[in-house]
Design a protein around this ligand. Structure first.
Ligand code: CP
Ligand code: NVA
Length: 329
């Protein structure tokens, strides 16, 4: 039997109105306050949640784990290769089984349709911890961080530079539109968002200026410069080709200067390739002689307090998202 209770899931940004997303941001800020003041908030005591990760994760996994435990829940991690999913069992059968045992499920994977099926067939709230198309929990943390940094989201402009058709670019474009925050996606023509994503952003737009361009000068006037990795998890591409395409879109001191805004800040969802302290970073350096990719170490370090505040906010915002789904009231 298919139980229809997907409304409390968090699968993609367009399922939410501007005021619902603002409510989640404010709730996340309140949860952050409780945590900082060590005020217990085991509001979901005794519930059980499962975390399915078909791709690797540091922030999202840690955030769901700590947030779930702080809310009093029991958290079970089901990593790729740990369960039958994919190899021996379908998403639909897995959903029915997990839905009969758990009160909520986080899912990080590839196809958006998988997380949607999981929600439909499990009958319990499902939270999208990243798919190839969207990264919605990251959005609540990102716009929360912007609200903390600037005091309000009103009148802000975010310029995203880099791979403009990955999950992060899609999510930032659509969430900016819903929240009325101006977004410029600045990427080479072959790496710009798909028409379908741009159409969704326009159909959910609350008076934001939305720009898609390959012109790097479009960073002018930005309050936030944002970037992400040049090759996303699961992509099989020629790294050299990507580097050649995206090097002009690297966030470096000259690009920060081009915003013309002395109060600009820089954000990154992380992980980032800004030095040689990673295996892949070192391999790329050995092969192509490039020590920094999407962001230079100089810029990364200069804005690291915002970038790591953004990472911390994943936990507070995921707590707000799970609470909103499972709150018994
Ligand atoms: N930003 C983010 O989702 O990080 P992880 O891949 O480490 O979860
Ligand atoms: N675009 C990146 C985001 C990581 C948080 C990826 O999908 O790998």
């Amino acid at each position: 039997m298919v139980r229809e209770m997907t409304s409390k899931s968090f699968l993609k940004e367009i399922d939410f109105t501007k005021s619902e997303l603002e409510g989640l941001i404010d709730s996340a800020l309140q949860f952050k306050d409780l945590k900082k003041n060590r005020i217990p908030h085991k509001y979901l005591d005794g519930l059980n949640i499962a975390l399915i990760f078909e791709k690797t994760s540091t922030r999202t996994r840690s955030a769901f784990t700590v947030a779930g435990q702080d809310l009093g829940m029991n958290v079970t991690y089901l990593g790729a290769g740990d369960i039958q999913l994919g190899k021996k069992e379908s998403v639909i059968d897995t959903a029915k089984v997990l839905g009969s045992m758990f009160d909520g499920i986080e899912y990080r994977g590839f196809k958006q349709s998988d997380v949607e099926d999981l929600a439909t067939y499990s009958g319990v709230p499902v939270w999208n911890g990243l798919t190839d198309t969207w990264h919605p929990t990251q959005m609540v943390a990102d716009f929360m961080t912007m609200k903390e940094h600037f005091g309000s989201l009103e009148g802000l402009k975010l310029a995203y530079v880099g791979d403009g058709r990955n999950n992060m670019a899609n999510s930032l474009l659509v969430t900016g539109a819903i929240l009325g925050v101006d977004v410029a996606i600045i990427a080479p023509a072959s790496l710009q968002p798909e028409d379908e994503i741009v159409a969704l952003a326009h159909s959910h737009n609350n008076s934001a200026n939305l720009t898609i361009t390959d012109d790097i000068e479009a960073v002018a006037g930005a309050n936030v410069l944002y970037t992400d990795v040049w090759v996303s998890m699961g992509e099989e591409v020629d790294f050299k080709e990507r580097i050649d395409l995206l090097l002009p879109y690297q966030i470096n001191a000259a690009l920060v200067e081009k915003t013309g805004n002395p109060d600009v800040t820089v954000m990154h969802c992380l992980p980032a390739f800004h030095d040689l302290n990673t295996q892949i970073g070192q391999e790329i350096y050995d092969k192509y002689g490039l020590a920094e990719l999407e962001i230079t170490d100089e810029v990364f370090q200069k804005y690291s307090s915002t970038i790591f505040q953004e990472a911390e906010n994943r936990m507070h915002s995921i707590k707000a998202i799970m609470y909103q789904s499972l709150n018994p009231l």
